[in-house]
Design a protein around this ligand. Structure first.
Ligand code: SAM
Length: 280
């Protein structure tokens, strides 16, 4: 699709509705509609998909998602000042945009969405990490979403896609890569936003796998990874003591040296250890 809509430029929208950016809400807006359409394209083919957008603000990414062909967009926004601007978009795309005012951490969007569902957002970073962890740890797998396309601080994005042996490798990498394919698809300098944030940003695309990459019980894996990376400088035989009294035996069974540190263990190793702990 990829045609930009006929609504006013975002700078005018912001001036008309007096949407001065608020730091407390993490408001760094994207005003270039070519860029928001490009971000929307990173979410894949939106035709026939419902899209959940968190934090639409004045609606730059919302407009990108709609112009790129999303069947419907459900947008959850905490700042009531943004609602009139979002209503104008809803009128320009009849029956395709539903806006809910509220805190995304408190709202269950599922009642309003039909599969296939993709998630796309340029969020304040603290809320973004919390939502990402929730989306990656549902009760059942596969989750409600097919893919997540999310803007993060570059440093957080690097933690999501990190490989063993790097400083960025930790709980977030394991969580993300165990049951999803995670990739940085776009990097953005501070100047892409109004006002510019202090650091660079990156868009991460996560595609849900039908099955976990390696078998393991989610709760056991999570306990091991939290303990291992909670004391990442320690050898695993010390940091994992609380997980099981005979953890060194379980580690040997899983092919992990008790003197290794969490940072060195690939995802497959953590999953093997989780299985060994559960089998004991
Ligand atoms: N998507 C817009 C864009 O790209 O220009 C705005 C992005 S701005 C970084 C983050 C948006 O999330 C703001 O509009 C802010 O009001 C909203 N927001 C902040 N916390 C939120 C929350 N807990 N739930 C829903 N929206 C939130």
């Amino acid at each position: 699709m990829s045609q930009i809509d006929t609504l006013p430029p975002l700078r005018d929208v912001i001036a008309t509705h007096e949407l001065s950016a608020r730091k407390s809400l993490g408001q760094n807006f994207l005003l270039d509609l070519n860029l928001t359409a490009k971000i929307a394209r990173q979410a894949g083919d939106l035709t026939g998909c419902d899209v959940l957008e968190i934090g639409p603000g004045p609606g730059g990414l919302t407009r990108g998602l709609l112009s790129e062909g999303a069947r419907r967009v459900l947008a959850i926004e905490k700042d009531p000042r943004c609602l009139p601007a979002l209503n104008e978009i809803a009128q320009a795309y009849p029956d395709r945009l539903q806006v809910i005012e509220g805190d995304a951490l408190d709202i269950d969007p599922l009642v309003h969405l039909s599969p296939p569902i993709r998630v796309a957002a340029n969020l304040p970073y603290n809320v973004g990490t919390e939502l990402l962890v929730r989306w990656l740890t549902p009760k059942d797998w596969p989750p409600f979403w097919d893919s997540l396309t999310l803007m993060f601080q570059r440093e957080v994005a690097q933690r999501i896609v990190a490989q063993p042996g790097s400083k960025a490798y930790g709980r977030l990498a394991i969580l993300a890569q165990w049951r999803a394919e995670a990739e940085i698809v776009l990097s953005l300098p501070p100047g892409a936003f109004t006002p510019p944030p202090k650091v660079s940003s990156a868009v991460v695309h996560l595609k849900a796998l039908a099955e976990p990459r390696f078998p393991a019980k989610a709760a056991t894996l999570s306990r091991i990874v939290a303990a291992g990376f909670g004391q990442r400088r320690k050898m695993l035989r010390a940091s994992l003591k609380s997980v099981a009294p005979d953890i060194e035996d379980r580690m040997r069974e899983a092919g992990i040296k008790p003197t290794d540190r969490a940072e060195q263990i690939p995802l497959e190793g953590f999953c093997a250890l989780a299985r060994a702990v559960d089998a004991a």
